[in-house]
Design a protein around this ligand. Structure first.
Ligand code: C5P
Length: 291
């Protein structure tokens, strides 16, 4: 077996994908929406590990394992493994263990992050990498957010998720994620939206000098899916109101199609914010980390 630096099975963090800003700028003929989004990956993650096996197999662990619907065979992670094996001419026979720490259908790209981690693991395990365009095509076929999750670095994502440009490095910041524990369907939110031809993101600066600079930029941006998501899931507005009322929260918004919302704060303040939210709303999912 190939081992990683720590001597265990190969393992990858599948970090939450946070849309700091998400503008919907149009709709293609096939119904897919054109987006312009600033995407970041805080250190709050699922974990996927890989070991050699005689058949391909997925084991689910962690607090949200039981929320994954359908048989494990239909999980995007196994689809990713099989597509990679077909395309690269390698064997898909590996045992994957997914520690599902992030809530499902929650606007933070959990399934996409897991699929991207599966592709990165297969590249490491087989020591094969696909040509750039083929790799992007394979990722996009698994889901619109999979290409940006493969990169797992701050990026401006446009097109339907296929056009990626590096974004400036993020300033030191704490982040708190809060989900009211209601699943929201992405297609349902897209369907509920009334306006789909919104202006793109304002130009990104060369870099963000500090957190105030990042928040100042974000104040000029939107999440164009937030109003439609709040109409379907009113608890999102409660989450935003709860976060915004806390003095250490510098900026709060919904990610993706919801219902997870994020709050930005000075580094070190994230645990206190998480505790304050948990004391008021013990039923909500709350995680804190660094941007
Ligand atoms: O690609 P993914 O499976 O993540 O998308 C889920 C659904 O969200 C799609 O089937 C589509 O209805 C919608 N979608 C969209 N425009 C995008 C991404 C997703 O309309 N850019």
């Amino acid at each position: 077996m190939q081992h990683d630096e720590t001597g265990g099975a190969l393992s990858e963090a599948a970090r939450a994908k946070i849309n700091l800003a998400l503008h919907v700028t149009g709709r293609r003929g096939d119904g897919y929406h054109l987006l312009d989004s600033l995407v970041v990956f805080p250190d709050i993650a699922d974990r996927l590990s890989l070991e050699p096996a005689t058949v391909s197999e997925l084991r689910l662990e962690g607090p949200f394992a039981s929320m994954l619907e359908g048989p494990a065979q239909e999980n995007l992670v196994l689809k990713a493994i099989h597509r990679f094996a077909e395309t690269s001419g390698t064997s898909p026979d590996v045992r994957l263990t997914l520690e599902k720490n992030l809530p499902v259908a929650s606007g933070i790209g959990g399934g996409s992050a897991d699929a991207a981690a599966a592709l990165r693991l297969m590249e490491r395990f087989t020591r094969r990498s696909l040509p750039r365009q083929q790799r992007l095509h394979l990722a996009l076929a698994l889901g619109a957010d999979v290409p940006v999750c493969l990169l797992q670095k701050p990026a401006r994502m446009s097109g339907i998720g296929d056009l990626l440009t590096p974004a400036p490095a993020m300033p030191p910041a704490g982040i708190v994620l809060v989900n009211p524990m209601e699943a929201v369907s992405t297609p349902a939110v897209f369907k509920t939206m009334t306006k789909r031809d919104n202006p793109p993101l304002p130009n990104l600066p060369e870099d963000f000098p500090d957190l105030a600079g990042l928040c100042g930029y974000l104040e000029q941006t939107r999440n164009d899916m937030q109003a439609a998501a709040e109409a379907l899931c009113p608890a999102i507005a409660d989450v935003i109101a709860t976060l915004s009322a806390l003095p250490d929260v510098l900026f709060a918004r919904m990610s993706g199609s919801g219902a997870t919302c994020f709050a930005l704060c000075a580094p070190g303040k994230e645990s206190g914010i998480a505790e304050a939210v948990a004391s008021r709303h013990p039923d909500w999912w709350i995680a804190s980390g660094r941007l």
